[in-house]
Design a protein around this ligand. Sequence first.
Ligand code: KG4
Ligand code: ZN
Length: 362
Amino acid sequence: MESTLVLGIETSCDETGVAVVADGHEILSNQVASQIDLHRRYGGVFPEVASRQHILAVLPMLREAMSEAGVSWGDLDAVGVTYGPGLAGSLLVGVNAAKGIAWSLGVPLVGVNHLEGHIYSSWLDVPGMPERTHEFPFLALLVSGGHTELVLVEGHLRYRRLGGTIDDAAGEAFDKVARVLGLEYPGGPAIQEAAAKGDPKAYRFPRSWLPGTYDFSFSGLKTAVLRQVQRLEARAGVENGGNARRLTSTNATALPEQTMMDLAASFQDAVVDVLVEKTRRAAIELGVRHVCVCGGVSANDALRKAMLERMPVPVFMPPLSLCTDNGAMIAAAGYYRLTAGRTSGLDLDVVANLPLSAFYGQ
Ligand code: KG4
Ligand code: ZN
């Protein structure tokens, strides 16, 4: 039987991703151009810069992805594209490119929710790894820069939201705390690196359990780290006769390096503890077959290790290259939407804050 080939386009934030995926799981190509170096000087994603960069990158990336896949345009069966949530100007670049391709090839356009894409990243084949068989229902913990969601996946494209963050997303907490510690954007990888040399028990930061819910909260933890840094700075100031550098939100380098590493490790420990424990409880209470962890923060090695150690059921985690934003996950989700007949019209519009209600069960 012939494979179904879906082109996936992702431009919701600061990665231009273009991929060709066969039958929703076999990656034929997966090109990702990260804009991180451009945004670093701003300490976060600068929306206008992001959309301009997507414009520059998308056509060369399309050519690269098609050539790497070794297929011709006429072989494509559909074009999947992220239409939200994300930055409106960035999403528009991908959606317009996808519309042009779908229209000119006469193939269906498939609008994909970015969060759904992250969930489907766990369906993608990993070279050298045995094929994973998903059994419904399973639990998906989606942890990224913009989202922290615990979702029950009841079947293909059938999701029930159990809970999510009531303030900062997990990745956002990593990014903000990194600033407080004087580390570079993006904060996740920087904190992970610093934490590797720090003591996770050096500081006991608060954990928000929000009992009786599957919700998360990270803003109290972020504030606790900031307060601790300010206390340490003030103390250092007294010891130095009041000459310590004043703490600003982007410069905590007056702290000794080991202290900064201990703070990073203790913060990371608190985030991981809450994410793992709340997911573990949900897995037991709902009797799921397995757990998937996805989104940028699922690249975190402490989280990956703790998930594998503490979860009562098997845990699927995409390889690092598929944790952060990419086109392959959008093509995978697009394939399942295509086969379910849920394609979009050429009037598809971007929805920057694509509500969960339009995603779950739609
Ligand atoms: O999924 P993603 O690429 O983009 C969004 O959809 O938001 O996630 C980006 C987020 C950023 O907040 C980044 O700091 C975080 O994922 N991240 C990590 C790690 N790698 C990326 N957080 C913790 N540890 C990591 N190793
Ligand atoms: Zn993402």
